[in-house]
Design a protein around this ligand. Structure first.
Ligand SMILES: [Zn+2]
Length: 342
């Protein structure tokens, strides 16, 4: 099916919220990894999100260009083109964009969507994340409110973050973030709600942090407290009534236990980002291919090697299969298998 429009995206999110499941938001860096994720969604009959980070976009544009925005546009166009061939709904999203990258990444992407919307088409991306978590909360929300206005006009959802996701991803190192920043307080959550409510009728997603980290850590090193999310939702309902609720995003899902993941679904998480686990799943089959075909991928002692095994397609197909399979695992963990709104 075509990449969703705003209305369908809202329906997807409402469906997840109502049925207590979440979408897999899988980061991609190429046509190859996008295809792997699309195939995973289709095989699991699950709606889902394909996401591009600034680093992923930069990579996709090529090392001679190194433009995060151009690479993200290129991947998004590919997904618009190919998603049609599959019988599930997919939304396009961009991951962490820090304040200092708004002008070089988010704005060009919004401009691209603006051109498309003016021509009667859908926006290029369905949602974007603005990550102002390194800023004081007021400053973070000042920028978020402005971006939310622009997104809303274009039929795009904005994702925001308060608190800090620990660990390291895409070259941004929060390894040494102060411990209290890893858990968003109910007060901060209320503040986010109040500020973003300034943009009437606009929809947003919220990455509140509850001890989550990017990357994979050995068991015991991560102290997830999903209850933090419930406390925030409860504070919201207590102040603004039953209708008030956040659409929450779980960052740093890789390496979490199934019980922890499932608990967050009860508290309003509608998307979990997956990157590290699918990165590994893409690479693992390549390792096996190279080890098994050592004397074919190399031209040893003047020999000619074996074209069948050094043709990049031979191992990239295996990599895609690995990533597809891991995507399906994430989908099942999040209970979104079989969840497509048609
Ligand atoms: Zn993240």
């Amino acid at each position: 099916m075509p990449v969703v429009d705003y209305k369908k995206y809202c329906q997807m999110i409402d469906n997840a919220k109502k049925n207590k499941f979440a979408f897999a938001g899988i980061n991609v860096v190429s046509e190859s990894s996008s295809n792997a994720v699309l195939q995973g969604f289709a095989e699991a009959k699950a709606d889902g999100l394909i996401q591009v980070s600034t680093g992923g976009g930069e990579f996709a544009s090529g090392q001679g260009v190194k433009s995060a925005a151009l690479g993200a546009i290129s991947i998004a166009r590919h997904v618009h083109f190919i998603a049609d061939q599959y019988d599930i709904n997919v939304a396009l999203h961009t991951d962490h964009c820090q304040a200092n990258k708004v002008d070089s990444f988010l704005r060009p992407l919004l401009d691209e969507s603006r051109k498309r919307v003016a021509a009667g088409e859908k926006p290029l991306f369905n949602s974007h994340m603005f990550d102002g978590s390194a800023l004081p909360l007021k400053e973070n929300m000042d920028i978020a409110v402005e971006l939310l206005k622009e997104c809303h006009e274009l039929g795009i959802i904005l994702e925001v973050e308060a608190g800090v996701v620990g660990g390291e991803e895409d070259g941004v190192d929060n390894e040494h973030a102060p411990a209290e920043k890893l858990y968003t307080t109910p007060e901060d959550m209320l503040y986010v709600y109040e500020r973003l409510s300034e943009v009437k009728g606009a929809r947003y997603m919220f990455a509140a942090t509850f001890g989550n980290v990017h990357g994979v850590y050995k068991p015991g090193n991560v102290k997830l407290k999903p209850i933090i999310l419930k406390q925030g939702q409860d504070a919201l309902v207590a102040k603004y009534g039953e209708g008030a609720s956040f659409d929450l995003v779980f960052h740093g899902g890789s390496g979490s236990t199934l019980a922890e993941i499932r608990e967050t679904l009860d508290y309003g998480v509608i998307k979990m980002n997956v990157d590290t686990d699918t990165q590994y799943a893409f690479t693992r089959p390549i390792v096996e291919h190279m080890m098994k075909n050592y004397d074919g991928v190399l031209k040893v002692d003047g020999d000619v090697g074996n074209k069948k095994v050094y043709d990049p397609r031979s191992y990239l197909k295996k990599a895609e299969t690995g990533m597809k399979e891991r995507t399906i695992v994430a989908i099942k963990d999040l209970r979104s298998d079989g969840q497509t709104i048609g």
